[in-house]
Design a protein around this ligand. Structure first.
Ligand code: FAD
Ligand code: DPN
Length: 339
C-alpha cells in the first residue's frame, strides 16, 4: 500500500527530506506542516557554507557531510537559481594545529593551507578547494520551489500534540529544529544564538578562525556574511550593537582589508541554532506499531552541511520500518473529537 508522508517543519531539514522523498516517486503524497515558513525560520538566518560545526556525533556528521557535499555537486551547484557558489574554504589558526578535523577521513579534498594562503599572524590552516557557500534566502526559496515543483504541498500549521499528524498519515517526520524541545519534550535541545553582519561583497575567500572565538568571512553571490557568535541557552532574537562591534573587531583582526571603515553594512541577522548533544535521527513505532515517527532534528551549526545525508538516512529508516508497520486497529482518530 503506497503511503502518505507528513513532514513537520519547513526549514532546510524538512525541505531536503521532502524533496528526496518525492524524488523516489514511491509515496502517495508528501506534505509539510510548519508553524513558520521561509524566510521566517532559523534556516534563513544561516551564513551559510558547507562546513561541519557544532554538531555531533563526529562519525555520522562526517558521513552525512560528505554525502551532502556529493549531493550538492551532483544536483545543485550546476543550477544558478540555487544561490550556491563554489568557494575555497579556509579555517585559520594562529598557532600550529596538530590535529586534523574529525571529518577529514570523509572529505577527499581536505588539505592543509599553504603558506601563501595564511594572512599575517596565522601559522596554520585547513583548506577545502571544492567548498561552497549559499545565498541563504535564495537557496531556501530554491528548496521551496523544488519541493512544490515535485508535487509537495506546504501548509502553515502549528502542531501542538505530536499525535495529531497521525490522524492524516501513518508516517510522520519530525523536522522541527529547536521546536522539538516543546513538541516532543526533548530536554536535550537548547538554542545556540548566532548573530551575523551582512556587508557588501569585499573578498573572494571564505575564511574562518574559531580557535579562541568564532570569526568568519563568507562571500556569497550578492553579499558577504561576517560572523559570528555562539551563545548557548540565549534566546535573544534581537541583534545587539555589542555583538556587531565584536564581530567587526574580530574580522578586522584577520586582515586590514576587513577594517570597519572599508565595509558597507547591509543588515544584521540573529538565529537560534537547534543545538543538542548529538543529532537525533531515529525511528519510533507508535500506536501498537501502526504509526511510524522519524525524528530528524538537533543539527546545531551544521543543518545545511548535513541536510542531504540526513534526508537519505530518513528514506533508509522508512524503508527499514515499513515492513514492521501494522494496519491500525482503531479507525477512530487517535485524539478524541476535539480536533
Ligand atoms: C547565525 C547562524 C549561522 C549558521 N551558518 C550555518 C552554515 O554556514 N552552515 C550550516 O550548515 N549551518 C549553519 N547554521 C545552522 C543552520 O541554520 C541550522 O542547523 C538549520 O537551519 C536547522 O534547520 P532545521 O530545518 O532543523 O530548523 P529550522 O530552520 O528552525 O526549521 C524548523 C521548522 O520547524 C517548524 N516547527 C517547529 N516547531 C513546530 C511545531 N510545533 N509545529 C509546526 N511546525 C513547527 C518551524 O516553524 C520551522 O518551519 C547557522 C545558524 C545560525 C544561527
Ligand atoms: N556554521 C556556521 C558558520 C561557521 C562555520 C565554521 C566555523 C564556525 C562557524 C555557524 O554556525 O555560524
Amino acid at each position: 500500500m503506497v503511503k502518505d508522508v507528513l513532514i513537520i517543519g519547513c526549514g532546510c531539514i524538512g525541505l531536503s527530506t521532502g524533496i528526496l522523498l518525492l524524488k523516489t516517486k514511491q509515496y502517495n503524497s508528501v506534505k509539510i506542516w510548519a508553524k513558520d515558513l521561509p524566510p521566517n525560520v532559523t534556516s534563513n538566518k544561516a551564513a551559510a557554507l558547507w562546513y561541519p560545526f557544532l554538531s555531533n556525533p563526529p562519525d555520522k556528521v562526517g558521513k552525512w557531510s560528505a554525502e551532502t557535499m556529493e549531493y550538492f555537486q551532483k544536483h545543485i551547484l550546476n543550477d544558478p537559481k540555487s544561490g550556491t557558489l563554489l568557494k575555497k574554504v579556509n579555517e585559520l589558526f594562529r598557532k600550529p594545529k596538530k590535529e586534523d578535523p574529525d571529518w577529514k577521513p570523509f572529505i577527499k579534498s581536505f588539505r592543509r593551507a599553504r603558506k601563501d594562503e595564511l594572512p599575517e599572524g596565522y601559522a596554520d590552516g585547513y583548506a577545502i578547494d571544492d567548498g561552497f557557500v549559499m545565498d541563504t534566502d535564495m537557496y531556501m526559496n530554491w528548496l521551496v520551489d523544488t519541493f512544490k515543483a515535485l508535487g509537495g504541498q506546504i501548509e502553515q500549521r502549528e502542531v501542538v500534540d505530536i499525535r495529531e499528524p497521525f490522524i492524516y498519515s501513518d508516517i510522520v517526520i519530525n523536522c522541527t529544529g529547536l521546536g522539538a524541545k516543546e513538541l516532543v519534550k526533548d530536554g536535550h535541545m537548547y538554542p545556540t544564538r548566532g548573530q551575523i553582519v551582512v556587508v557588501k561583497n569585499t573578498s573572494d575567500r571564505s575564511i574562518m578562525d574559531e580557535e579562541d572565538y568564532i570569526c568568519y568571512v563568507i562571500p556569497r553571490i550578492s553579499n558577504t556574511v561576517l560572523g559570528g557568535t555562539a551563545q548557548d541557552h540565549d534566546y535573544n532574537m534581537n541583534p545587539t550593537k555589542q555583538d556587531t562591534d565584536e564581530i567587526l573587531k574580530r574580522v578586522a583582526a584577520i586582515s586590514p582589508k576587513f577594517s570597519r571603515r572599508k565595509l558597507e553594512i547591509l543588515g544584521v541577522k540573529v538565529g537560534l541554532r537547534p543545538s543538542r548533544y548529538e543529532i537525533r535521527l531515529e525511528p519510533e513505532l507508535l500506536q501498537d506499531n501502526s504509526k511510524l515517527l522519524i525524528h530528524n532534528y538537533g543539527h546545531g551549526g551544521s543543518g545545511f552541511t548535513v541536510s542531504w545525508g540526513c534526508a537519505q538516512e530518513v528514506l533508509n529508516l522508512i524503508q527499514q520500518n515499513i515492513p514492521n508497520l501494522k494496519q491500525s486497529k482503531s479507525k477512530a482518530p487517535i485524539l478524541q473529537s476535539k480536533l
